[in-house]
Ligand binder design. Structure first.
Ligand code: FAD
Ligand code: UDP
Length: 367
C-alpha cells in the first residue's frame, strides 16, 4: 500500500513526490505519456535541448522558489527578449522604447515622446469606456497601449492563439504583457530568470530519483486497481475528466508542434520570434539552441500552431472565460469535499500557471 499515488509526473507531481518521499512516505508516480516531466520535458537531439512542448523560460521573484529549483539544476543567464514579426516589419518585445521608436521612427525618441504618442493612440478607447473597467481583451489592449500596437502586435497573434475574437476574450490575458518607457527588451519583470543548463528533464529526473514511476499508464484505464493500492491521490490531470465531465467539458486551447532540423548554424538569431499577423498560421518559431547560447553546426526549430482541442489533441491552455470558470467552480466545489484526493497543477486547478507558480503551489501543499 502506497501512502500516495501521484497522477502526473509534471512539475507539480514531481515536487510533491519528492517532498513526500523526503518525509518518509511511500509514493508511486504514474504518467500516461511515455516520458516524465509533463510539459517542461526537454529532449536532447544533435546536442541541442529541444523544448518539446513549447518554449519554457523560468522566471520568478520569489527567492524561496528560486533557491528551491536551483537545488536541482544550474541556471544560465538567458533573458527572454522575443522579436515580433508583423508582415515585413520587426519589433522588439515586450512593448518598450525600442518598440515605440520602431513604430514611430520620426516621432518617438524619448520616454515623453512615447507617452504622448501612446496617450494619443489610446485616447479614443479610454474615452469610450467612460470610466468603466475594460470588459474584454480588445478594450483592455486599446486602453493599455492604443490602436496601432493592438492591430499590429496583439490582435492577430491573440486571435490565432485563442481561436476567437479579442472581443470575446477576458481582459486579464493581456495584462501579463509589460509596457515600459525604458529601452529594456527583457520580457519578464522578475528578479530571477534563466534556463536550466542541460534541459528541464534533468530537474524532474533528480526530483524523482529512487521513486517508482510507471510510464504509459493512464489513471483512468487502471483506476480501480490504483485506488486500491494507495491511501491518497495527488491528481494533476484534467479535473473535468476526473469527474467524468458531469458538469460539462472545460475548454482548452491545444497546440501542434512542427519541428525541423536545418543544415545551417543560425536560422533566426533569437530563441523566440512571434508572428503577429493572423494570416501566418503559426504563432511563433522557437530556435532551441539559443536558449543555451549553442554553437552547434546545425539548428533545430519548432513552429507552434494553435489548435482546438478535439480528438487526441493535448490540453495546453485553459480558457478562463466566464463560462468555463462557472463550470470549473462546480468541479472545484466537489474537489473540496474529497478526503482522499488532492487536485494540483495547471490542468487540475484549471489555471494559467507558470512554472514558478506551480512550484509555489506544490510547496505550500507539502507544508
Ligand atoms: P503538466 O506539465 O501538464 O503535467 C501533468 C502531467 O500529468 C502530464 O505529464 C500528463 O501526461 C499527466 N497526466 C494527465 N492526465 C493523466 C492521466 N489520466 N493519467 C496519467 N497521467 C496523466 N511556464 C513558465 O514558467 N515559463 C514559460 O515560458 C512557459 N511556457 C509555456 C509554454 C507552453 C506552450 C505551455 C503549454 C506552458 C508553458 N508554461 C510556461 C507553463 C508550464 O508548462 C506549466 O506551468 C507547468 O509545466 C505545469 O506543470 P503541471 O505539473 O501542473 O502540469
Ligand atoms: N500576445 C500578443 N502578442 C505577442 C505575444 C503575446 O498579443 O506577440 C498576447 C497573447 O494574447 C498571449 C498573451 O499575450 O496569449 C500572453 O502572452 P505570453 O507570451 O505570456 O503567452 P505564453 O508564453 O504563455 O503562451
Amino acid at each position: 500500500m502506497y501512502d500516495y499515488l501521484v497522477v502526473g509526473s509534471g512539475l507539480f507531481g514531481a515536487i510533491f513526490a519528492h517532498e513526500a518521499t523526503k518525509r518518509g512516505k511511500s509514493v508511486l508516480v504514474i504518467d500516461k505519456r511515455n516520458h516524465i516531466a509533463g510539459n517542461i520535458y526537454t529532449e536532447n537531439k544533435d546536442e541541442i535541448n529541444i523544448h518539446k512542448y513549447g518554449a519554457h523560460i523560468f522566471h520568478t521573484s520569489n527567492k524561496e522558489v528560486w533557491q528551491y529549483i536551483n537545488k536541482f539544476a544550474e541556471f544560465n543567464r538567458y533573458t527572454n527578449s522575443p522579436i515580433a514579426r508583423y508582415k515585413n516589419e520587426l519589433y522588439n518585445l515586450p512593448f518598450n522604447m525600442n518598440t515605440f521608436h520602431q513604430l514611430w521612427p520620426s516621432e518617438v525618441f524619448t520616454p515623453s515622446d512615447a507617452k504622448r504618442k501612446i496617450d494619443e493612440e489610446k485616447a479614443e478607447a479610454v474615452c469610450n469606456l467612460q470610466g468603466k473597467e475594460p470588459s474584454n481583451l480588445e478594450e483592455q489592449a486599446m486602453c493599455l497601449i492604443g490602436k496601432t500596437i493592438y492591430e499590429k502586435l496583439i490582435k492577430g497573434y491573440t486571435e490565432k492563439q485563442w481561436g476567437r475574437s479579442c472581443k470575446e476574450l477576458p481582459a486579464f490575458i493581456i495584462k501579463r504583457l509589460p509596457v515600459r518607457l525604458t529601452y529594456d527588451n527583457n520580457y519578464f519583470n522578475d528578479i530571477y530568470q534563466g534556463i536550466p543548463i542541460g534541459g528541464y528533464t534533468k530537474i524532474i529526473e533528480k526530483m524523482l530519483e529512487n521513486i517508482e514511476v510507471r510510464l504509459n499508464c493512464n489513471y483512468f484505464d487502471h483506476k480501480e486497481e490504483l485506488d486500491k493500492i494507495s491511501k491518497k491521490i495527488i491528481f494533476t490531470g484534467q479535473i473535468d475528466q476526473y469527474y467524468d465531465y458531469r458538469f460539462g467539458r472545460l475548454e482548452y486551447r491545444s497546440l501542434r508542434f512542427e519541428t525541423t532540423r536545418l543544415e545551417e548554424q543560425n536560422y533566426q538569431g533569437n530563441a523566440v520570434v512571434n508572428y503577429t499577423e493572423y494570416e501566418v498560421p503559426y504563432t511563433r518559431i522557437i530556435e532551441h539552441k539559443h536558449f543555451e547560447f549553442g554553437t552547434q553546426p546545425k539548428t533545430i526549430i519548432t513552429k507552434e500552431y494553435p489548435l482546438d482541442i478535439s480528438g487526441s489533441n493535448e490540453a495546453y491552455y485553459p480558457i478562463n472565460d466566464e463560462k468555463n470558470q462557472k463550470i470549473y467552480q462546480q468541479y472545484e466545489n466537489l474537489a473540496k469535499s474529497e478526503t482522499n484526493v488532492i487536485f494540483g497543477g495547471r490542468l487540475a486547478e484549471y489555471k494559467y500557471y507558470d512554472m514558478h507558480q506551480v512550484i509555489e503551489r506544490a510547496l505550500n501543499l507539502c507544508k
